[in-house]
Design a protein around this ligand. Sequence first.
Ligand SMILES: [Zn+2]
Length: 423
Amino acid sequence: MTTRRGPLLLLAALALPVAALGAQSAGVPRATPIVGDIRFLASDSLGGRLTGSPGNDSAAAYLARRFRQIGLVPGGDSGTYFQAWTVGSTTSTRQAGVEGRATKNVVGVLRGSDRRLAGSAIVIGAHFDHLGTGPFGSLAPDSAGRVHNGADDNASGTAAVLEIARILGSSRPRPARTIVFVLFSGEEEGSLGSAYYADHPVLPMDSTLAMLNLDMVGRMRERRLLILGARSAAEWQPLLDSVNAGIRVELRASGDGWGPSDHATFFARRRPVLHFFTDLHEDYHRPSDDWEKINAEGIVLVADFVAALTRRLATRPALTFVDAPPPAPVAAGTGERPYLGTIPDMSDEPGGVRLSGVRSGSPAESAGLRGGDILIGVGDAPIANLQDFQNALVAHRPGDRVEIRFRRGDQTLTTSAVLGRRS
Ligand SMILES: [Zn+2]
């Protein structure tokens, strides 16, 4: 979003969810409060919600008011919704310029209705921070200084959590287990807010049945919903299929519990996890990730799915955790990362990496790659999945010419690209 938005819009956006919720029974579409939440969080006036910035604090204050409105019990420090923490010193926090800043998670609780099960929790989470004005984390280095609005990443997941809380909070009987809703700060610098929560949970991690993460759920296309982490519990696949019998999205469930978002924090502590996701797109980590491009009806579907799943989880016995080895660390080092400009389609693993597109002007475009191609080799390395692809890329340097093998239709083709430089 490039137009300047003044305080008037801010007030309008603040008032909208209240009005919309109150009028819900009078036929206001369910997408309306979702749009209101996203419009506020992704407005230029919040400046991109960089961890520990004034806009990040305003977002937290707004979310606490929404939790109160919905009727959640405060789950933060000394009777508030806020769980305050200080950003530590890592390469990412220094690069982002947020080291040493104060920030907070927002935590609300729906106490379990069953005395026996209320001591056990289901955590439903989303991160509300984003990249501010870059350049740290931005994929549009030329636009540093412009607000990265983060409507899909992750105002969408944040709004979805509010809608799930509203659904479960108003359902009778209330869920048997305790549901803990956590909106994390510090995700973009390495899932820092979820790490803090995992060390300071509302109910002990051992008593946490599962963690459901909503990160980027605002761009649903053709009812397609990706659920990553589906291999982190033996029971996930049948459970998801049975929930989907009542929702009927085009479900793509796959993967272990690792991944570049807050659910991995819980998976590392041996909790079953799921990451709900409506896939990557051109505006990812760019100033153009704006509220106007959000599919709010799609978010309603995601919220309904997660609410229905949570109801089932709230009464069932423990899940069977399925571990997986952590991914190989991406080589850190020179700080010069090679750039190809492909946009992976993460909806399945067809024995390679399927592309949903390539960035215009990128090395991938010059090499003749296009959406639908399935990458199967880079240089000497075979490519079976995204991790292979990433490892193969970082094994090269910007300026290197690499051979790329790919499938297009029933042909196997070869091209080559000169890797660019990503700052
Ligand atoms: Zn992000």
